[in-house]
Design a binder for this molecule. Structure first.
Ligand code: FAD
Ligand code: NAP
Ligand code: SF4
Length: 679
């Protein structure tokens, strides 16, 4: 019988070895690398992904020499280094029948230490330190270093290496004139600019031998001014193939690009059109990467001839068993990555350990584990938002009996509002996933049932988990009950229309989301049928790939028919401060480019028929608006708590019910999961 995902599941014969399917786990620096017991933790992390049947795993990036390391204390791969710890990783993955390649990443001018080097001393906005230009001898030595590192990787037991040539790191700094302004044989013509990356591949092949996987990560689309043309990239792809690469992986956009490439607003498969253009020019397997998050889509990328494999990184944080569930025909049980970046990249970029919003066990495989119930308990969960769902599904999976009460007619809580914000449609996947688990583990779900103390006391429950979330805050402003005033619930859940001129009170995550919602009158899209042409046009991407770097000469075009004011009491320079670190900037840019007027240092005086009367920086003004939408934060909703405690019940508060301040779904789900781990 043909599995629906036959293309994705088909083994890939590389001649000297075979990958068990078409999924490559993309490289992620998780922070485990720097932990004192980092090798043991990485071993557990990667082994879980190998057990989950990932075709080929790529480690986080390691420099091929000292200058190439990313941070002062980062390890690098060289003969003077102690590399023994890596054996733990390799052995753990091999025990699970997996294959793993070590990523060799020279940070170049993106590294953060005092010895950084690059093709030329060209500053970048994302690093205050300007790199020193490498001498010609250093270029030749770097080629040797890549080869030596590949040989060492082989000796450790890795199945291969991935040579990182994308995302704007050193090799990319050589390929593109943006940074390469050299006058020697490593600069000038394309042939010269490719000398270092291609030399690195050739040297790695020579030193590591023929029966060793060498993946080259090619920048398929630079998305920066002074980036490569499509022709340059095709020439590069052919050259690395000729130099001995086994597989070409792809990367999209330099880190300094001003275009989002993986955040939730990037449509699924947004860059297939670029990778597809490279495919006819190479004979070795080509990998598509960026915003692939489900097996249907991944299978389609292969069956439609875009690429031979797909790379997924964050989706394997979200669900290490992605490929096992795919093979077993259980796609609805895959915990889908929703592109939020909140548990993974936001943490990585603020020096914290990477994890995942929808899978708090990611990178905590050693210390966050659930035990099957030896004596099953009987739990009541009140509220089916992310917190309540995570508790109910995880506890039931361990064998506990769970009854889940939800006041509304659907599970999902506030994620039902998040999923209708244009760009956040994938948030629906988390609700779907939990729905599948509730069914599988026989959770008794009582919809349209506002639980009262009478439903819970003396009903045989061992404990009640209160996951009742929040209530929106109503600020004390004269005229707040004026007909112009709506709450965000009225707009998002109630579908109440807003006029052409709108003021939003409160510029937190929900204020920005409501602005997005208002500015997209067409409403949310269908993630399975993404409007990539629109994304390209809005962000200034040249979908015809006729211009260098893939940038369109027209630049960004984000039309908006509404006039919107986004207001806060905090000073102007604090706008967007509470948004996600690694995707909030893109939301901020969108809102700004659509012409939203962001006003800080606001005092709200009153609301009447003339509009919203404010003082901004002390200056009185009246915003002549048709609608005023209140997004002024939230307070905990835990009305049942005291009655249950007085009745002698064991009560656990999680998510918004526990604390509304700085609540997000990361905390709600993690709190639920940690509670299950203590049962
Ligand atoms: P909630 O999701 O609030 O769920 C509580 C549930 O309890 C509700 O379904 C409610 O009906 C039910 N309930 C209450 N009382 C009872 C009762 N007595 N009986 C039965 N049921 C009851 N967070 C992020 O991390 N990232 C985002 O990008 C993000 N975007 C958002 C966008 C929008 C528009 C909104 C509104 C929120 C967003 N959030 C986001 C916030 C996130 O959704 C919340 O942090 C999260 O939902 C909190 O989960 P929770 O389980 O604590 O409660
Ligand atoms: P929030 O982030 O706390 O923002 C509330 C906003 O209302 C602030 O701008 C605040 O700014 C203003 N405010 C607070 N009290 C007010 C009052 N009494 N009168 C007038 N204005 C007031 O909360 P939220 O936007 O409701 O979001 C709720 C939670 O959902 C957040 O904690 C957030 O993490 C999460 N969420 C996250 C995202 C995301 O993208 N990561 C998206 C949506 C929601 P001033 O005090 O300066 O006026
Ligand atoms: Fe995906 Fe969000 Fe998890 Fe990161 S935190 S892996 S983006 S779901």
């Amino acid at each position: 019988m043909r599995n629906d995902f036959a293309h994705l599941l088909e083994p890939l014969d590389l001649g000297f070895t075979t990958l068990r399917n078409r999924v490559l786990m993309g490289s992620m620096h998780t922070g485990l690398e720097e932990m004192p017991d980092g090798y043991a933790r990485q071993a557990a992390f990667f082994a879980e992904r190998a057990r989950g049947e990932t075709g080929l795993i790529i480690t986080g990036g390691y420099g091929p020499n000292r200058e190439g390391r990313l941070a002062p204390k980062s390890d690098y791969i060289a003969p003077d280094q102690d590399l023994e710890g890596h054996r733990q990783i390799v052995e753990a993955v091999h025990r699970e029948g997996g294959k793993i390649a070590l990523q060799l990443l020279h940070g170049g001018r993106y590294a953060h230490h005092g010895e950084i080097v690059s093709a030329s001393a060209v500053p970048t906005r994302i690093n205050p330190v300007v790199a020193r230009e490498m001498t010609t001898d250093e270029c030749y030595q770097t080629i040797e270093d890549f080869g030596t590192a590949a040989k060492l990787a082989r000796e450790i037991g890795y199945d291969g290496v991935e040579i990182m040539g994308s995302e704007g790191y050193l090799l990319n700094q050589f390929t593109a004139q943006r940074v390469n302004q050299r006058k020697d044989e490593f600069g000038g013509t394309l042939e010269n600019r490719l000398r270092l990356p291609v030399g690195a591949v050739r040297n790695a092949r020579e030193k590591a031998g023929d029966d060793f996987i060498i993946v080259y990560r090619l920048s398929a689309l630079d998305l920066v001014e002074g980036g490569n043309t499509l022709e340059d990239i095709i020439t590069q792809a052919k050259a690395v193939e000729a130099a001995g690469a086994t597989i070409i992986n792809t990367g999209i956009g330099w880190h300094e690009a001003r275009i989002p490439t993986i955040a939730h607003m990037v449509p699924r498969g947004a860059f297939t059109w670029a990778v597809k253009r490279i495919k006819p020019h190479v004979t070795i397997p080509l990998v598509y990467s960026n915003r692939v998050n489900n097996p249907q889509q991944a299978d389609g990328i292969i069956s439609e001839g875009v690429a031979d494999m797909v790379s997924m990184a964050r989706p394997l944080l979200a669900d290490p068993d992605f490929m096992k569930k795919t093979r077993e025909g259980r796609p609805e049980e895959i915990n889908i990555c929703i592109g939020c970046n909140q548990g993974c990249l936001d943490n990585a970029f603020t020096g914290k350990l990477t994890t995942c919003m929808v899978n708090p066990r990611a990178c905590r495989e050693v210390d966050l584990n659930y035990r099957p119930a030896s004596t099953p308990k009987n739990f009541a969960v009140v509220g089916a938002g992310p917190g309540g769902l995570a508790f109910a599904a995880t506890a039931a999976e361990q064998g506990h009996k769970v009854t889940l009460f939800e006041a509304s007619d659907e599970i999902g809580g506030q994620f039902n509002l998040a999923k209708i914000i244009p760009g956040k449609e994938d948030y629906a996947e988390t609700i779907t996933y939990y729905g599948a688990l509730l069914r599988k583990f026989n959770v008794d779900v009582k919809l349209n049932h506002t639980a009262s103390a009478a439903d819970l006391v003396d009903k045989g429950f061992d404990a009640v988990i209160l996951a009742t979330g929040i209530t929106p805050r109503t600020p004390d402003i004269p005229g707040i009950d004026h007909p112009k005033v709506l709450s965000y619930l009225d707009v998002l859940a109630g579908g109440k229309p807003v006029g052409d001129k709108v003021a939003i009170i409160g510029a937190g995550g929900i204020g920005f989301d409501v602005a997005e919602y208002i500015m997209h009158p067409e409403g949310p899209g269908d993630p399975a049928h993404p409007d990539i042409a629109r994304f390209n046009s809005e962000w200034g991407i040249d979908g015809d790939y006729a211009h260098a770097g893939g940038l369109s000469p027209e630049g960004m075009r984000m039309p908006c028919d509404k006039q919107v004011w986004l207001l806060q009491r905090k000073p102007h320079n604090k706008f967007g401060a509470t948004l996600s670190k690694t995707r909030g900037w893109a939301t901020f840019v969108e809102v700004m480019f659509r012409g939203v007027k962001m006003v800080g240092d606001v005092e709200y005086d009153m609301i009447d028929d003339a509009g919203l009367h404010i003082r901004a920086g002390g200056e009185p003004q009246t915003l002549d608006v048709d609608s005023i939408v209140v997004c002024a934060g939230q307070d905990s909703r835990r009305d049942l708590h005291d009655a249950l405690v007085q009745a002698g019940m064991t009560v656990h508060l999680i998510g918004g019910a526990d604390e509304a301040r700085e609540l997000d779904a990361v905390r709600a789900i993690e709190q639920a999961s940690r509670l299950v781990a203590t049962l």
